[in-house]
Design a protein around this ligand. Structure first.
Ligand code: 0WE
Length: 246
């Protein structure tokens, strides 16, 4: 029943966001590059002009240069790559949360999306893991700042999902196979579960829950060793014994 607005960065992404927005009855789209203060000013001014107040914010953006997302973290992470990944993927939430808080009703809510690479080493995730760690820490500080107004601020740590953000990742197919084999539920993450968690955290259902990094990953994050009946499959996967799976 909520009225929704969506932001996109540039024409190329507008083409993808428009039909998704339309599918939930929204034609309110705003061009907004989070590294551009003027565009952030304009986007939030447009929201205030249209609605006056808002009830929730969803932050679901990240970016690191492609060359930062492969190989050795210590060798490949440049100052510029680090800065832009942290700016786009972590600071953007601080900036959007501040702006949103100024037009948000008390008892509102905010959700951001994160990934396990912030807590554990995931090959090739590299500087994005550092950015997600900063994002999660920022989320906790924002939760404390806005808590007295009844505004809940949380992160959803989703397992890998086949989206545009996961496309073009070198080890992609292995990642999905490995996560399926090694998770508690022995399944990949269904985006419906992520949506359900967001609905909970953004609604009255999520009352009193704030500052939390909530994992929606088929229980991958709680497993210390792969289930015995999956161990052979994982060993095959890792040793490349199954060329068909590559
Ligand atoms: O947060 C992410 C990925 C976000 C992302 C994706 C790209 C692809 C295109 C950030 N920057 C870029 N830059 C590009 O040029 N995920 C949680 C998905 C993801 O990405 C990985 C993963 C997983 C999972 C990269 C390496 C290893 C695992």
């Amino acid at each position: 029943g909520a009225e929704l607005a969506f932001t996109f960065q540039g024409e190329k992404l507008e083409r993808r966001v428009k039909p998704l927005a339309a599918s939930v009855g929204s034609e309110f789209l705003l061009d907004c590059d989070v590294t551009n203060d003027d565009q952030m000013d304009a986007a939030f001014a447009a929201l205030e002009a249209k609605w006056g107040k808002i009830d929730f914010l969803v932050h679901a953006i990240a970016f690191a240069g492609k060359e930062q997302l492969e190989g050795s973290f210590v060798d490949n992470t440049t100052r510029e790559g680090f800065k832009s990944a942290l700016d786009i993927s972590a600071y953007s939430f601080v900036d959007a949360a501040r702006r949103a808080s100024h037009i948000m009703n008390d008892d509102g809510a905010m959700v951001t999306l994160t990934y396990l690479g912030s807590e554990r080493v995931v090959p090739n995730y590299n500087v994005m893991g550092v950015a997600k760690a900063a994002l999660e820490a920022s989320m906790r500080y924002i939760a404390a700042d806005l808590g007295p107004r009844g505004i809940c601020v949380n992160a959803i740590s989703a397992g890998p999902i086949k989206t545009l953000a996961a496309a073009g990742i070198g080890s992609g197919r292995h990642m999905f196979r490995f996560n399926k084999a090694a998770s508690a539920m022995q399944d990949n993450t269904d985006s419906k579960g992520v949506a359900g968690a967001a609905l909970y955290l953004l609604s009255e259902l999520g009352l009193s829950c704030t500052g939390e990094t909530h994992h929606v990953d088929s229980g991958y994050h709680v497993v210390g060793m792969v289930a015995v009946d999956e161990a052979a499959a994982v060993a095959d996967l890792l040793s490349g014994l199954n060329p068909d799976d590559a």
